[in-house]
Ligand binder design. Sequence first.
Ligand SMILES: *Cc1c(COP(=O)(O)O)cnc(C)c1O
Length: 415
Amino acid sequence: MEKKLALYGGEKTINKPFTKGMRYGDNELKHLKEALEQNTLFYWAGNKVKELGEKFKNMYGMKYSVATSSGTSAIHTALAAVGVQPGDEVITTPVTDMGTIIGIIFQNAVPVFADIDPYTYNTTAESIEKCITDKTKAIIAVHITGAPCEMDKIMEVARKHNIKVVEDCAQAHMARYKGQLVGTFGDIGCFSFNEFKQISAGDGGICIMNDYTLYEDALRFADKNYNRLAKTLAGMRDVTYIAPNYRMNELTGSVALAQLDKAEWICERRHTLGRILNKGLSEIDGMIPPAYTDDYYETYMFQLFRVDIDKFNTNIEGFVEALIAEGVPAQKGYIPSTVYQYPLFKTLTGHKGTHAPFDSNYYGKEISYPDGLCPVAEEVNNKTSVSIHFNEFLKDEEMELVVKGIKKVADYYRK
Ligand SMILES: *Cc1c(COP(=O)(O)O)cnc(C)c1O
């Protein structure tokens, strides 16, 4: 017996606002006050960014870290450090934030998109290997939604072909694959502290690595290619090529440092809530939850699931509209279309008003990004998936209500 949908004037499943909490508090204030009292907000003179770097790398059991101004700049820094140069190809996923892609194009390298798995929404070792050419310099493995890529297999493929691996962990703080934290598998792990991630300093980012040369290169690249480790001023200004200013300041460092104290419980809560949703979805005919086995410990920046839409008397837009009317925090797909369907790739305009880097002599190849390039990514992101956004303060019962709302809509429209 289907109940009348809220969309058609029925009773709303979720009729009071979800629990919210304060993300920032006394601990952040304490560190900010200490930063101001240092009388310097410059990372190399103060202690907050240094403490953040120490604490973060220790949490992940890594040797070195380089804090940056954003996740985007962390990824750009990592690409530069592993040696991505004009004309190189970098393989990544078409279902991601532009922050994954921007650094590739700023290096005048060319993005190549590997298709995703329909049950984890991540690129796989198999899909990545198909994209490897003699121009491939690096892979950016993106742990989308906070669910890990199959890093053991991806590393195997990368090592076999002598390709560097950068992990984009912007959505995946504290996520694990086979017990190992993401960000510790590849050559460099990159994280974001923007407002929408598990932990936030408004903006900010960090790279972690074990190789000293990568550390030195990343440190320089994020800071105008200045060599802060040099003994003399002339040595510091021994600049041999350009690099941007991607430095983190002490205010950002203070907030990020304070947030690290909360990272574990936030990620644990998000994991638990996401799993409640998955389990609920698995009991609703026509819903296809992500298939994360015991190898996965996902920390959900948000949740994504698919709808077997042919089983329903509506399309994905209609399904989502009905969910929203029930009070379910739903959105169609994750991004409006796959990344390569954005105008930039249709018109091959990397740098404004030009076709660089796609037409550069360094590249010397033709590339295009037609519709259908990654059929699974298009099917999942553009046509059949729903994302659910939630915060760590949500109660289990509130997530059960989300499930209830989805079930109501599914029962109503099921053929
Ligand atoms: C947020 C995000 C980025 C970029 O991080 P910013 O801090 O916003 O620059 C990169 N990749 C993914 C997958 C992201 O979700």
